[in-house]
Structures are given as structure tokens and as C-alpha cells.
Unconditional design. Structure first.
Ligand code: ATP
Ligand code: MG
Length: 407
């Protein structure tokens, strides 16, 4: 598919890792006091009485597997993966309990260059999919864990003075994970947050310099972005850069892609300290967005060349012809009509299939060692050709029409 081609042109390689992991992996990485771990995981006990969990996200499993197979030691890596993720949340448009993510992770790079590369890569994906005009890049710096701890204390002490005015969830978070209160959707809580201390003021000089450098590079690269101080992300492992691509077209399910830097995770999971950055893109939301924008209107046809045959004697010849066509036109879809029926009804199917050409093999063609080429979309007479001449003719016809779009 199209995203794999883009990723490999950026020199990213596919990695595959299990869907099922020890529960502890997600508790240690995503964080005990996050929405995902607190209420969204599919966790159960297996036959050995071990607690296992269907992966709610990819980064933890990717790090675990890469580390275990020695792929992170003294080397850099650029990985991507795609596959199902599981979260027990209320199903609605753009929110499913099993959904799919395309994940991209880069290990061993500590600079802003790789962060910019990942942003350019995600932008390229959106460009190729034709949705760039419908998404906005939002960025923030959440600094180091020390800075967040200091900020957390200040935030807790400020919010404690307003405890009774906060929503119930936020009241609980006050003790467990005060930063998550910034994410609260409660209107009253948001009002109180307006005068709260700002994370920005707790960032180290180093973090500030990094973030400024990133922003000026984005400007030079003509990537527009919005700085969003409330963007903190629902996972514990991030530091410094966090970013999201959001859209106004999908209601509350506004985030299509989200990521950031996570320099501490590899070490947390038992590896050698390794800087890392990554993002995850929700494939269903991307498809929904394309649908909403009407980008699926020009339905791609089921095939380019439809092969019809009449009579049992033509069966093997038709199969052989279909293989020759696939060999000669590797970018084209060749559909062999299986299951028989009369020529008339086969040609009806050919028309419905959207194919440009029908190839017909009947008794007469078989005897003459020729194939009948029928034009389905043009007012041109059908012709009988040898297979060799047929390939020359179709090569010529296809070169006139451009190859179809990406999915
Ligand atoms: P949200 O705020 O919408 O719950 P999130 O912060 O939980 O998103 P992440 O963990 O950052 O999401 O996952 C990255 C991306 O995966 C999201 O931006 C979204 O596109 C997609 N995603 C997350 N949860 C779901 C879901 N339940 N159904 C479909 N897509 C999802
Ligand atoms: Mg969520």
C-alpha cells in the first residue's frame, strides 16, 4: 500500500512484534495512572496464572521486542509497524475497541533533526493521501521528567485550593497524576486551569533551547504548526517534544496522529539509555477523514483487464493467458472470469467491473491461436490478435492512460 512505499523511501524498515504481552510491560511504560492502563486495557489471566494484555498501543511492545533481540544496542534504527490495537472504551465514530495504527519509531537519535524528519514524514503521508489541508500540526514541549515533577507540585498546590470545584476524575488525579488534569474536558475545571501555573515556566534552559530550535526549523521548512501548551499526551513516557495532527472534521475524535520523544523508555524497560522518538497514526480515523472529505468518490475499478472464455476447451488457455497478462502488465489488475456462463453475461460482468478491456477466448479464437480484444470504454471495433501483438497493443493503450491513484 501507499504508506509502506513512503516509509521505505524514508529508509524506515518494518518490525513485527506480538499482539499479546505481559500486562506489566504496559503498566511500566504507558504508566499506572493513565486512562489506558486504568480503564482501557483488555487484561486477563492465562493458563499459567500470568496476567497478559492485548496491546493498547505499539511503542512498548516495539521497544520490548527490539531490545530483546539486540536491535537497539550501539546502533540506530528506524522502524515502522501497523496492526491492531485494543482499548476498552465506548465505541463510537472514530473510536473502536479494536482499531489499527501505523506506528513509526526511531531509536538512537537525540537531536531535533530526527524529530523534524518524523514530522516531515507524517506530513508526506498526509500529502500523498490528499488530506493535508484538513489537518493541523500541534506541538508542545513537556520538558524533562524533573521539570514535570516540579510543575506537578506547583499545579497540585494551586489546584488543591480549588479542589471542590474540580470534576471528580480531576480530584482523584490531584493525588495520582496532576498533569492529566490539563486534559480534562470538564468546562469548570478548564476555567480553573486558566490561572494555573504553566509547564512552560518550569522547563530547563536546555529544553527551551531545543524547542525554539525545532520551531525555527519548522518555519524554515514551511511546515505550519500551532503551539498548544495544553498538549500533554495521555502516556507517561514522553519528554520534550510532543505533537499531534488534529482535524476539525471528526468531532471529538480530533486526533489523527500523535507522537513525541521518549528518551527514558528503553532504559525503563531494561535496556541501555537510548534516545527515541515516534508517532502513531490511527488508520480508521484517516479513512474516516478521507471519506468525510469525499476523497473516495472516484471508485477505483475492480480490474483493468477482464478475461472471458467460452467452452471447457478454452479453460486452460484462459488461465495461461491471464498469467501472461499479469506478467506483461505487473501494475494492472487482471480478472479471469471463473464459473462459466454465456459470453453475453460475461461481457455484462466485464462492463460492471470497470475494466477498460475484455479479452475473449472462444472456440474460434482457440483454433486460430488468437485472442479477441474488446474495447469496453471506447467506440473502437474489437480485434483478433496473436498474444504477442495483443501485448504490444495493450502496452500502447495503457501508456495513453495514467495509472490510478493511491489508497
Ligand atoms: P484520544 O484522545 O482520541 O482517545 P489517544 O490520545 O488515546 O486518542 P493515542 O494513544 O495517542 O490516542 O493513539 C494514537 C492514535 O490512535 C490516535 O490519535 C487515534 O488516531 C488512534 N486511536 C486511539 N484510540 C483509538 C480508538 N479507540 N479507536 C480508533 N482510533 C484510535
Ligand atoms: Mg484515548
Amino acid at each position: 500500500s501507499c504508506y509502506q512505499a513512503i516509509l521505505s523511501r524514508f529508509a524506515y524498515k518494518e518490525i513485527r512484534f506480538p499482539i499479546l504481552e505481559e500486562t506489566q510491560l504496559f503498566k511500566r511504560s504507558v504508566g499506572e495512572v493513565t486512562d489506558i492502563v486504568e480503564k482501557e486495557m483488555y487484561t486477563f489471566v492465562d493458563r499459567n496464572d500470568e496476567s497478559v494484555t492485548l496491546r493498547p498501543e505499539g511503542t512498548a511492545g516495539c521497544v520490548r521486542a527490539a531490545e530483546q533481540h539486540g536491535l537497539l544496542y550501539n546502533q540506530t534504527q528506524r522502524f515502522f509497524y501497523s496492526g491492531p490495537m485494543f482499548r476498552h472504551e465506548r465505541p463510537q465514530k472514530g473510536r473502536a475497541r479494536q482499531f489499527h495504527q501505523l506506528g513509526v519509531e526511531a531509536f538512537g537519535f537525540s537531536g531535533t533533526d530526527i524529530e523534524l524528519e518524523l514530522i516531515l514524514l507524517s506530513a508526506e503521508l498526509f500529502n500523498q493521501l490528499g488530506v493535508m489541508d484538513a489537518v493541523t500540526l500541534e506541538i508542545n514541549s513537556i520538558g524533562s521528567s524533573e521539570a514535570r515533577a516540579d510543575f506537578g507540585k506547583a499545579l497540585t498546590s494551586y489546584l488543591s485550593q480549588h479542589k471542590s470545584e474540580l470534576d471528580v476524575d480531576s480530584q482523584k488525579r490531584l493525588e495520582t497524576n496532576p498533569l492529566r488534569i490539563l486534559d480534562s474536558k470538564d468546562a469548570k475545571t478548564q476555567v480553573i486551569l486558566k490561572n494555573a501555573p504553566a509547564l512552560k515556566d518550569f522547563l530547563s534552559e536546555e529544553s527551551k533551547v531545543r524547542f525554539e530550535a525545532l520551531k525555527s526549523a519548522l518555519n524554515e521548512l514551511s511546515i505550519s504548526y500551532k503551539e498548544t501548551p495544553s498538549l500533554v499526551r495521555g502516556l507517561d513516557y514522553y519528554n520534550d517534544l510532543v505533537f499531534e495532527w488534529t482535524t476539525t472534521h471528526l468531532g471529538a475524535q480530533a486526533t489523527v496522529c500523535a507522537g513525541g520523544r521518549y528518551d527514558r523508555l528503553v532504559e525503563t524497560l531494561g535496556g541501555k539509555s537510548t534516545p527515541a522518538v515516534g508517532f502513531a497514526l490511527g488508520l480508521e480515523r484517516l479513512i474516516l477523514l478521507k471519506e468525510t472529505l469525499g476523497l473516495f468518490k472516484e471508485q477505483k475499478s475492480d480490474c483493468d483487464v477482464f478475461i472471458a472464455y467460452v467452452g471447457d476447451e478454452a479453460e486452460v488457455a484462459a488461465l495461461r493467458l491471464s498469467m501472461e497478462m499479469r506478467k506483461a502488465f505487473p501494475d494492472r489488475i487482471v480478472l479471469l472470469n471463473c464459473g462459466g456462463s454465456g459470453l453475453k453475461s460475461q461481457l455484462k460482468k466485464a462492463d460492471k467491473s470497470g475494466a477498460q478491456f475484455a479479452l475473449i477466448l472462444g472456440e474460434q479464437e482457440l483454433e486460430a491461436k488468437q485472442v479477441q480484444l474488446k474495447y469496453l470504454r471506447e467506440q473502437k471495433d474489437a480485434v483478433q490478435l496473436s498474444e504477442e501483438k495483443l501485448i504490444i497493443r495493450l502496452t500502447d493503450e495503457f501508456s495513453k492512460s495514467q495509472v490510478g491513484g493511491l489508497v
